[in-house]
Design a protein around this ligand. Structure first.
Ligand SMILES: [Zn+2]
Ligand SMILES: [Zn+2]
Length: 754
């Protein structure tokens, strides 16, 4: 990460002699010189550290002056085991951008410009040590000019393993929809021209392909949506800078900083009230829009071309009109496309052309997605590019653990010492390609960390691919397995990152996870003390009429609620579009094909369908996001009096609230009333548990806490009652964080206890 050259430059500036090298413990520096200069060096070293270097700890040791060094050198590695890591991928730095747009620089308009402060790392590295030979740059020998920079400690490309120039590095190519080369002198100019004409272009990025189109061209956006199999998922858009989108969304200083960070996540921003027309095709029915800024030289070149090729870099801070839809190129739930040949095969029929290059992506890594959470703490929705493979510090050191996660939004986690490495987002394990990616990511992460797991953690569900793979690895390696209950893992993920050791309450709200009793859980009030979990209560269970179908068809959950309330006759009259509606009450009456679930997600679906907001979902969480968006646009309202019942056995019953929503005609008010009453009910539930257990801190976890309105309202109510609230900050609260919690439980050898 440019740390050793940084030390070298600083030492030379201070006229100090000595050396800097990597050793088994990290980086060692020896300096000799006058006391004044050494003092200035020790003062400046921690404060001027390069942006990508993550320094955990600096300790200084006074040595007996020997004056054995006549200059300052960067020494070869000091030996020992490699404890250093491959870095994360970073967006183009300002120094490289300045060169990129300077017509007299030798890397003018070179799409693969990078230096020790920026560019790809994780996504092009096969194995440790992080040397060019172990990356996909191995097939591009350095030209004499690049070699000279690479060898010069004073140059910012000193040991920049991915450095290249137009003479020696990768090149771009533009191919047509059938994969044939399009003859053109400038692939960037040609790509922009095609985007402006409404075409959909597959663009190779850092960790995979994007599908791009002109965000201002409604036809193009709708065509992209149609070709991606009528998916109603929101699209993210890329703009040159925050000024270019400020007219349409609200951007706080904290959000701006997040957008501009070198990790460059997609950030969800609140739409302005009068801008809904502009967004109708991008993020339909939602109050937020995903926005990201350019992070590869190719992105920047497209914006530079659109800006009319200015020769300085002032334009990058000025308002630009180009807005591109940038959506991950993955058909349905399959993983991101990242190989050239694969792109042409899998994206044929979707992309009109392909902007490719010959620098291979070794490990796919999707864009990270974040939003500014309650209390201005950024919250992950998806953790991947820019953050993988950064570690999460644990409270203590233990033997290595491999945790294979769950089913939806899967990630894996490997621990080494007191570090937990959560993989990039792998996706839902409902297709062979995602399952293969899980196998590849596991092998790669174990390889780069150079650890052999001593225990393997998995979900309790026996049919998940991750569970079966855990069993296979356990047999192969002869290491023990530990099954971890889904919501305990959610809870443990928060406990792990916050280093909690005292007793704690946990509220885990999500779609579904298999419980210790074999039924589907998802609205769980838990307690953790002395290393043991217990279930204090749950949401009142609902039947899932049609089993799995009920998880994607909210109208079925509404029907289940109507049935439970004795209003079965309304099912057929409310849901006339659903052919199964006429017979569903029979299924509910017989109780066949109607497994029970305590899932919060399904209660939310029922509320959305009773209000008439969403009957059938095209993607997971759709009904919840629409309900949340309506509540956000309405603003806070008072909770419904007597909207819930808290039973003595610890069960929370929301039927009174749902009965009220079934008769509500105003969807905006209904959505706001639902959130207000739910928050009130959950706060009451937690307050009672806090008093009984005498525990005044709670972890809010599970995918439902991606709901900003719910999290904000509930947090305010709990804090008013002096209950401390903790949430996931370093992993998503959804199933993307499960593997961390599983690893933590495996580390503590905890067993599930109901
Ligand atoms: Zn750079
Ligand atoms: Zn070169």
């Amino acid at each position: 990460m440019g740390f050793r050259p940084y030390v070298w430059r600083l030492a030379c500036e201070m006229q100090l002699n000595g050396l800097v090298c990597n050793d088994a413990a990290g980086v060692a520096i020896l300096v000799e010189g006058s006391r004044d200069n050494i003092d200035r060096f020790t003062r400046r070293l921690p404060v001027e550290i390069p942006v990508l270097a993550r320094v955990q700890n600096i300790s200084w040791i006074d040595a007996v002056p020997e004056h054995t060094h006549i200059d300052f050198v960067i020494a070869e590695n000091g030996g020992g085991e490699l404890t250093t890591m491959i870095g994360q991928d970073a967006s183009v730095c300002t120094a490289c951008l300045t060169e990129l747009f300077n017509p007299s620089a030798r890397r003018y308009h070179y799409a693969f410009i990078n230096c020790t402060h920026c560019g790809p790392r994780y996504t092009l590295t096969h194995k440790l040590p992080y040397d060019r030979i172990n990356t996909s740059m191995a097939s591009f020998p350095l030209c004499p000019a690049c070699e000279e920079e690479y060898r010069n400690p004073g140059n910012r490309r000193f040991h920049a393993e991915a450095t290249a120039c137009p003479d020696c590095g990768p090149q771009m190519q533009l191919l047509d929809q059938n994969g044939f080369l399009i003859g053109c002198t400038d692939p960037i100019a040609q790509t922009l021209q095609r985007l402006k004409a409404g075409q959909i272009i597959a663009i190779k990025g850092l960790g995979g392909f994007h599908l791009a189109c002109d965000a201002l061209n409604q036809d193009a956006v709708e065509r992209l949506r149609a070709r991606k199999l009528r998916d109603e998922k929101p699209f993210a858009i890329m703009v040159a800078n925050t000024l270019s989108i400020a007219e349409y969304v609200e951007i706080s200083e904290a959000e701006k900083a997040l957008l501009q960070s070198s990790e460059r996540p997609v950030v969800l921003l609140r739409k302005k009230a009068d801008s809904s027309g502009f967004f109708s095709a991008l993020a339909p029915e939602l109050a937020w829009l995903g926005v990201l800024l350019p992070y590869t030289p190719i992105h920047w070149l497209l914006f530079h071309q659109a800006a009319g090729l200015p020769t300085d870099i002032a334009w990058i801070d000025e308002k630009q009109s180009l807005m591109l839809v940038m959506t991950s190129a993955n058909p349905c739930d399959e993983p991101l496309v990242f190989h050239n040949v694969e792109a042409i095969q899998r994206l044929s029929g979707i992309a009109d052309a392909f902007l490719l290059h010959n620098r291979d992506i070794v490990v796919p890594c999707d864009d990270s997605i974040m939003r500014m959470g309650v209390a201005k703490i950024p919250q992950f929705i998806r953790r991947a590019r820019g953050y993988t493979p950064l570690c999460i510090r644990l409270a203590r050191t233990t033997p290595a653990v491999l945790a294979l996660g769950g089913y939806l939004k899967n990630t894996i986690c490997v621990t080494r010492g007191n570090e937990a490495y959560v993989s990039q987002h792998i996706g839902s394990l409902n297709n062979p390609a995602s399952c293969n990616m899980l196998i590849d990511v596991t092998a790669h992460l174990l390889d780069i960390l150079q650890v052999s797991p001593e225990i393997i953690a998995h979900d309790l569900h026996p049919d998940y691919f991750s569970t079966r793979y855990a069993q296979q690895l356990s047999d192969e390696w002869g290491v023990p397995l530990i099954g971890v209950q889904h919501h305990h893992a959610h809870f443990a993920a928060v406990v792990a990152e916050h280093h909690i050791i005292t007793p704690m309450l946990g509220l885990a709200l999500d779609g579904m996870g298999m419980g210790c009793d074999g039924t589907a859980w998802g609205g769980e009030l838990l307690r953790l003390a002395n290393g043991q979990f217990s279930r204090l209560g749950s949401l009142m269970p609902l039947p899932l009429p049609g089993a799995d179908k009920a998880a994607t068809e909210p109208w079925r959950m509404a029907a289940a609620v109507l049935f439970q309330m004795g209003r079965s006759e309304e099912i057929a009259t409310r849901f006339t579009k659903q052919t199964a509606a006429k017979q569903l009450h029979l299924l509910l009456k017989r109780g066949t094909h109607c497994p029970m679930t305590s899932s919060m997600g399904r209660w939310i679906d029922a509320a959305a369908a009773l209000l008439g907001i969403c009957e059938v979902m095209s993607h997971e969480g759709q009904a919840a996001m629409q309900l949340e968006s309506l509540a956000e646009q309405t603003g806070d309202v008072a909770a419904l009096v007597d909207g819930y019942v808290l039973h003595e056995d610890g069960r929370l019953d929301l039927f009174p609230l749902l009965a009220r929503l079934a008769d509500e005609k105003n969807i905006y008010f209904g959505a706001a009333l639902f959130h207000a009453t739910l928050s009130d009910a959950l706060a009451h539930w937690l307050r009672r548990a806090a008093e009984i257990e005498n525990i005044y801190q709670v972890a809010l976890t599970g995918g439902c806490f991606l709901n900003h309105v719910l999290t904000r309202q509930l947090t305010q109510l709990l804090e008013k009652s002096n209950i401390r609230v903790l949430t996931a900050c370093q992993v998503p609260p959804n199933d993307g964080g499960l593997s961390l919690g599983q690893a933590w439980i495996a580390m503590h050898k905890l067993t599930c206890e109901v």
